[in-house]
Design a binder for this molecule. Structure first.
Ligand code: DX5
Ligand code: ZN
Length: 216
């Protein structure tokens, strides 16, 4: 499976639409088209981001491959809006819902032709979510506490990645999210398919090709 680097939109300026578009146009010059769209509701996490889905429409229009990461308490509400759009993946936090409900939501996402799965916080007990780990098409493994960009990679997150790989199928897409840079991405290289990077890639955009080469 090809290893993919996704740019987190959190690195872009969501307060200023014009600026956001300029920043994104610059990313396009470097051929960055795999985008990680972080939605935060200020309830599941103490921060708000990209609840305005117009940004999502803009990125879809630009031909991006979008992976949505929902950090929200009311998962269903957001999923219902987002499945109407041309996104590739939706992951939501397993901690936000009861297991039965999460199973239903993953099935619903899939019924719309989108790959679905869970996102997992750094301290969540994996044994509690074995069933969801097994049924996910894609899993977002947090290597920081969700809520803010620019945090430091939690040491040992790669051990968790290896454990999750043992609990899922070989073709399940595993994504690592938080504090990923040219060094931390190598720690979990073997078992990760998608590497999310916000601040590092945005500040070192000219290194994009080089990073892809390191991984593939
Ligand atoms: C954090 C978000 C991440 C974050 C990554 O809660 O889910 O996607 O934006 O940003 P960096 O790479 O700066 O840690
Ligand atoms: Zn994210």
């Amino acid at each position: 499976m090809k290893k993919i680097i996704e740019l987190s939109v959190l690195a872009l300026d969501q307060e200023n639409e014009k600026r956001f578009k300029e920043q994104f146009e610059n990313c396009l010059k470097y051929n960055i088209k795999d985008i990680h769209y972080d939605v935060m509701d200020n309830e599941f996490v103490p921060n708000k981001s990209f609840m305005n889905l117009e940004f999502l429409d803009y990125l879809i229009d630009k031909g991006c491959n979008i992976s949505v990461h929902l950090m929200v308490a009311d998962v269903e509400k957001f999923v219902k809006q987002i499945v109407t759009k041309k996104v590739k993946y939706i992951t939501f936090h397993c901690e936000a819902e009861k297991i039965e409900k999460s199973i239903e939501i993953i099935k619903y996402i899939r019924s719309k032709g989108i790959k679905g799965g869970i996102a997992i916080k750094p301290s969540t007990n994996l044994n509690d979510y074995k069933e969801l780990i097994k049924m996910s098409d894609k899993i977002t493994i947090m290597s920081v506490e969700p809520g803010f960009g620019g945090q430091k990679y939690i040491d040992g997150s790669e051990i968790r990645v290896n454990k999750i790989r043992e609990l899922c199928y070989n073709d399940t897409i595993l994504e690592i999210d938080g504090g990923i840079n040219d060094k931390t991405m190598l720690l979990c290289k073997n078992n990760i398919n998608h590497f999310v990077t916000g601040s590092f890639l945005f500040n070192n955009i000219e290194k994009f090709e080089e990073l892809k080469k390191i991984l593939n």
